[in-house]
Ligand binder design. Structure first.
Ligand SMILES: [Zn+2]
Ligand SMILES: [Zn+2]
Length: 440
């Protein structure tokens, strides 16, 4: 069996791994590198005017030249985050293979393709969590349900006559996920008993000595701000990742408790919410408004000036993105004026790249000029930390460990953790770079 480290082994982003058994292969994830994408003119990317090769040269998507397209039988994605699905329109056409994922993820991919104007030939196949997709008589892939910061995330288990390979990228162990089920640890334990040949696992926070707090903690943090500060007659804005359905649910709940109508502003929320409703995970449309078009957004903001305590606005702008709704407000591109003591709640973390840090700093400066109250880091991560990783290693007891979702530094931290659990870097812990492969 052979593993190809295509992308996500030299950076955080553009995740892609190939696994090959008996001249047949599967691909796990096809993501893009977010900081590189932000540098492109959004429109050019959306209309597909950039070729696969140009995107690879820019470093925006994985270089998949090490895979032989003829051998690839199926492409699986673990969940709907762009660092796992964003390269599909550029890379998938090279493979005569279906794209398989959980129903929510497939629905998001389908909407993304329609919205961005791509005509994808690869069939999209939804497979329920905690069930299998049979590739041929020897190989199948199982989707084990796991908690993360977006619904329907799967740990992928490749079953072959030579053993099982587990791909856990991304995950956390959350006992109170707010939306959706807890991780199927029972199944992970069963798989561990069968014997695992290799575990490919995220190592983003392998150096963080903690168990990642539950989404319930983020919910409590939001409650503290929304129910615990003076906000009557003030405008309230909240930002988070559009795909973070559980977080949106919490903000919506507390907004309603404050007797405010919750309004999602911006096109990016729509596809994630509509997909989540289709999967019966939430029902937001009943209790909130979703505004997509410029004229309805303009009308709403004019009204909000006079009725600022009747609404809670959820919008984009957590990374300080110049195109976001919040940026446009502070730059005077919408007819809404912040007043002193209005509130902006950042229920997300700034992705720590220079561009985002600088954008966000500029945005906060402008908010502070208007004496807006800022609540930062009302957030917990969706990623595993060192102690979640330790638990997963001990549940599965794999023969080989391959850290991913990070460059060398975090992979080394994962290596140290693995050595604490009796493994040895270079022997059964393999620190790979993009473009490398390894044989078990
Ligand atoms: Zn993710
Ligand atoms: Zn990720």
């Amino acid at each position: 069996m052979e593993l190809y480290a295509v992308g996500g082994y030299s950076e955080v982003g553009k995740n892609m791994t190939g696994l090959s058994f008996n001249k047949e292969s599967v691909i796990f994830d096809m993501g893009f590198f977010l900081p590189e994408i932000i540098n492109f003119e959004e429109e050019i990317v959306e209309k597909g005017l950039i070729s696969r090769d140009a995107m690879i040269r820019k470093g925006a998507i994985p270089n998949d030249n090490i895979l032989d397209p003829k051998t690839v039988k199926a492409i699986f994605t673990s969940h709907c985050h762009l660092d796992h699905i964003g390269a599909i329109p550029f890379l998938a056409p090279r493979y005569d293979a279906p794209i398989i994922s959980s129903p929510y993820t497939i629905d998001v991919i389908r909407r993304m393709m329609v919205e961005d104007g791509y005509n994808l030939k690869n069939p999209l196949k939804p497979v329920n969590l905690n069930s299998n997709f049979q590739i041929n008589k020897d190989i199948k892939v199982e989707l084990v349900g796991v908690t993360h910061s977006t619904p329907h995330t799967a740990i992928l288990a490749l079953h072959t006559p030579e053993g099982i390979v587990i791909y856990a990228n991304d995950f956390k162990f959350d006992n109170h996920p707010v939306v959706g089920k807890t991780t199927n640890t029972k199944r992970l334990k069963e798989l561990g008993k069968k014997g695992i040949k290799a575990l490919v696992v995220e190592s983003l926070y392998a150096d963080l000595d903690q168990k990642t707090p539950s989404e319930k903690v983020a919910r409590e943090m939001l409650k503290e701000v929304l129910h615990g500060t003076e906000n009557s007659e003030k405008a309230i804005f909240a930002t988070t990742f559009a795909s973070h359905i559980a977080r949106l649910q919490s903000i919506l709940d507390f907004g309603n408790e404050l007797r405010r109508k919750v309004v999602f502003v911006g096109r990016s929320f729509d596809k994630y919410i509509v997909s989540a409703e289709k999967q019966k995970l939430v029902n937001f449309s009943k209790r909130a408004m979703i505004l997509k078009y410029r004229n309805e957004i303009d009308g709403f903001f004019r009204k909000l000036n006079k009725l600022r305590d009747k609404y809670l606005v959820i919008c984009t702008g957590g990374q300080g993105e110049p195109n976001s709704v919040l940026s446009k407000i502070v730059n005077g591109q919408f007819q809404f004026e912040f007043k002193p003591m209005d509130q902006v709640i950042f229920s997300n973390r700034v992705i720590p790249v220079e561009l985002n840090i600088e954008n966000r700093r500029r945005m906060e400066e402008k908010l502070k000029e208007k004496r807006v109250r800022i609540f930062s880091n009302i957030h917990v991560s969706g990623h595993s930390s060192r102690e979640d990783l330790r638990d997963l290693i001990n549940i599965l007891k794999p023969k080989n460990l391959i850290p991913t979702h990070a460059g060398n530094e975090k992979q080394k931290a994962f290596g140290e953790l693995a050595e604490e659990e009796g493994y040895k870097v270079g022997v059964n812990v393999h620190l790979l770079e993009n473009g490398k492969s390894i044989r078990f």
